[in-house]
Design a protein around this ligand. Structure first.
Ligand SMILES: [Ca+2]
Length: 278
């Protein structure tokens, strides 16, 4: 069962329960068709519809701002400026990495921390990634207990990462206590035609279940990780996580922009969804 419900489902429940609510009693969630998500149901969705230049839903998304490398010697400063993250008026959230006049880089990192923290489900996003040496887009999750447990104790599920010098490869990874950083449990996935993932939109997902995480691209599953894979270290993924979308510039893993890298670079996100996979 899902802990979270979609907006449309809440609307449906609200309508169904309107009469009961008017009488001052809680709506009765009587039937499975209206009260409970079934396998395959979209239980939460961010579609990024809205006016061009507007912010994504502030009740869901928070811009994390700042610089300092983010633990990876990244170059960018994350801002709350709509020039770095905004809706495009065509149904996409666009994160834009820019090279500023002084040679510095700005970009954006958005999270659902403290606002939406799913546990289990098919967590999926349709994304057109940017391209170029030193460019590092990611769609990932962190354990909601991060403030208490720290990293990597809280756990990290990287649904999709790409480093620009590998245009036809994306990576799925988990990090946890005893298996983090370069020792994360990670699997690459190659574009079936060897094309750049930046050429068009692709759907990146994890099917996340108790004791199991399976990564897929465009519906093609390419890796499953279970507690048997942590080499005796704790499995820290059976609890709520929050979702992160970011576009880094430079870092230990991707390396750094060079003369071949063009700016601005944009990560376009058509949607982020959680689908019941129970
Ligand atoms: Ca959309």
């Amino acid at each position: 069962m899902r802990a979270a419900r979609s907006t449309w489902r809440l609307v449906a429940i609200t309508l169904a329960g309107a009469a009961a609510t008017a009488l001052g009693v809680a709506p009765t969630l009587g039937t499975a068709t209206t009260a409970q998500a079934a396998t395959g149901d979209v239980v939460w969705s961010q579609d990024f519809d809205g006016a061009v230049g507007s912010a994504p839903d502030r009740s869901v998304w928070t811009n994390e701002t700042g610089s300092g490398g983010w633990g990876n010697n990244e170059l960018e400063t994350y801002t709350d400026s709509r020039s770095n993250s905004a809706l495009d008026g065509q149904g996409n959230l666009v994160i834009t990495a820019k090279r500023e006049a002084d040679g510095s880089y700005t970009s954006a990192r958005l999270t659902t921390q403290g606002k939406y923290t799913p546990q289990y489900g098919r967590v999926e996003a349709r994304i057109q990634i940017p391209r170029g040496q030193g460019i590092w887009p990611a769609f990932w999750m962190l354990g909601a207990d991060l403030p208490q447990s720290g990293w990597p104790g809280a756990g990290e599920i990287d649904v999709m990462e790409n480093v620009g010098n590998e245009p036809a490869t994306v990576h799925g990874t988990v990090h946890g206590p005893g298996y983090s950083g370069g020792q994360g449990i990670s699997t690459p996935y190659q574009h079936p035609q060897g094309w750049s993932f930046a050429d068009t939109f692709h759907t990146f997902a994890v099917d996340w279940k108790p004791g199991s995480i399976t990564w897929s691209v465009d519906g093609v599953a390419y890796r499953t990780v279970t507690p048997a894979d942590t080499n005796g270290n704790p499995w820290v993924f059976d609890k709520p996580f929050f979702i992160v979308l970011n576009l880094a510039v430079g870092g230990n893993w991707p390396g750094y922009p060079d003369a071949s890298t063009t700016f601005p670079q944009q990560m376009k996100v058509d949607y982020v969804r959680v689908i019941d996979n129970s």
